[in-house]
Unconditional design. Structure first.
Length: 431
């Protein structure tokens, strides 16, 4: 019995050694399974020994069965070991393949890194090129802008020269036409004019007296001989030709002029008073202001629409707005519309009153807008009943209480001529 037990124990030890050797390779679950089987065999063997002792039966058959089972278990264990070795070999093969793949991936990653660095370098170079292109574009745009400005300025200069030449040509053609068709029917004999002692007014270039012409009372302006020359006499004739053709209810009626020996006499109809005197004597109502302003605007609009060239008065003032009484109200007429142009060409200074002068009055670029400016100053004078102050004109305009007249006055005295309205645009606002 003891020999058999030793044989069993030896088999168990061999089995345990095999299990331990396999344990370095197998996983823990299979090792646990094998140990469990061995423990079960030990328990069965112990139970059989106890049973043989109790029954006193010879256990001759048990060792043989146990040996077979141990051999079978050994075979299973060896098979499992073989399987595990195969798995380990497969895993090592897979590991080698993974290591090869990892090396390949590392090489690819290094190549990609080099390519990425090359791309970043190319991007930086492209950015520098783009920045340089932008700078060149900005410089080119600035050059183009300067060239465009130069071209525009040159075109404006040529356009101005062309306008001046066309204006000079038109003026020359108009003068030639006047000379060709000039009948000089405005000339009257000096002997037909009788001057009275009554002085109606004095100016820098002449004295206005009351007189008679062919039995009617008239106003006679005697031009100072000091400003006359052969050239100025020809200019005087030209302006008288223009004045003789002007016919409008709001223009002082021109009767004629002398042009023989002595100082020329400028003969017009005789009216009752002038606007300056009226403003100094009484305060006129807003309705009267609108009526008188409308009369002046109509007269100026007629002159400005003259063909082929507009007639610019250049001397609008309360002294040159003459009044006559009709239907219990004052009505106005413009005077000096012919002589003003003549005097402007005879004198180096502007003949108009300085307190009414537009900013461009002393330049050669004058247009009907100089009359519009003077008209605005005249409106302010009528509304306030005081002479205009060139330095404080804007403050004076703010004191005008009549909204329509104040706004119209502000538009008329804009410093830039192109911002001022025309007299044709002024008329609807007064009507």
């Amino acid at each position: 019995m003891s020999g058999r037990l030793k044989q069993v124990e030896m088999s168990r030890g061999y089995l345990l050694q095999a299990i331990v050797q396999c344990g370095g390779i197998a996983n823990k679950n299979k090792m646990k399974s094998t140990l469990s089987k061995l423990q079960n065999l030990r328990n069965e063997d112990a139970d059989r020994n106890d049973s043989e002792r109790a029954k006193d039966v010879s256990p001759s058959e048990f060792p043989r069965n146990l040996s077979e089972k141990l051999q079978l278990l050994l075979k299973e264990t060896q098979q499992e070991k073989s399987d595990l070795q195969k798995q380990l070999s497969q895993q090592q093969k897979s590991r080698s393949e993974l290591e090869e793949r990892l090396k390949t991936e590392q090489v690819s990653s290094q190549s990609l890194q080099l390519q990425l660095e090359a791309n970043e370098l190319s991007i930086r170079e492209l950015r520098l090129e783009v920045e340089e292109g932008r700078r060149q574009k900005t410089a080119l745009e600035e050059t183009v802008r300067r060239l465009q400005l130069q071209i525009a300025e040159e075109m404006d200069r040529h356009a101005t020269i062309e306008r001046d030449l066309q204006l000079a040509l038109s003026t020359t053609q108009a003068e030639l036409s006047e000379l060709r068709g000039n009948t000089r029917d405005w000339i009257i004999l000096r002997e037909e004019v009788t001057l009275c002692r009554k002085v109606l007014g004095n100016g820098a270039w002449g004295t206005v007296r009351e007189g008679t012409f062919r039995g009617s009372k008239v106003a006679v302006k005697e031009i100072h001989e000091l400003i006359l020359s052969d050239h100025n006499r020809r200019l005087f004739e030209r302006e008288m030709n223009i004045a003789s053709r002007c016919r409008h209810p709001n223009l002082l009626q021109f009767i004629g002029a002398t042009n023989n020996d002595g100082s020329p006499l400028f003969v017009t109809e005789l009216l009752d008073s002038c606007l300056r005197r009226l403003l100094s004597e009484l305060e006129i109502t807003p309705k009267e202001i609108l009526n008188l302003a409308l009369d002046v605007a109509k007269g100026l609009n007629y002159l400005h629409l003259n063909k082929p060239l507009p007639i610019i008065h250049r001397d609008i003032s309360s002294a040159n707005v003459l009044l006559w009484r009709g239907d219990d109200s004052w009505r106005a007429k413009l005077s000096d519309y012919g002589a003003a142009n003549f005097m402007q060409k005879c004198m180096t200074a502007n003949p108009g009153a300085m307190i009414y002068s537009a900013p461009e009055a002393f330049t050669l670029k004058q247009s009907p807008k100089v009359d519009v400016y003077r008209f605005g100053v005249l409106l302010c004078e009528m509304c306030l009943g005081e002479l205009p102050d060139p330095q404080g004109l804007l403050n004076q305009i703010k004191r005008v209480s009549h909204d329509t007249l104040r706004q119209l006055t502000q538009r008329c005295v804009e410093r830039k001529p192109e911002k001022r309205p025309t007299m044709a645009e002024v008329l609807p606002e007064l009507e």
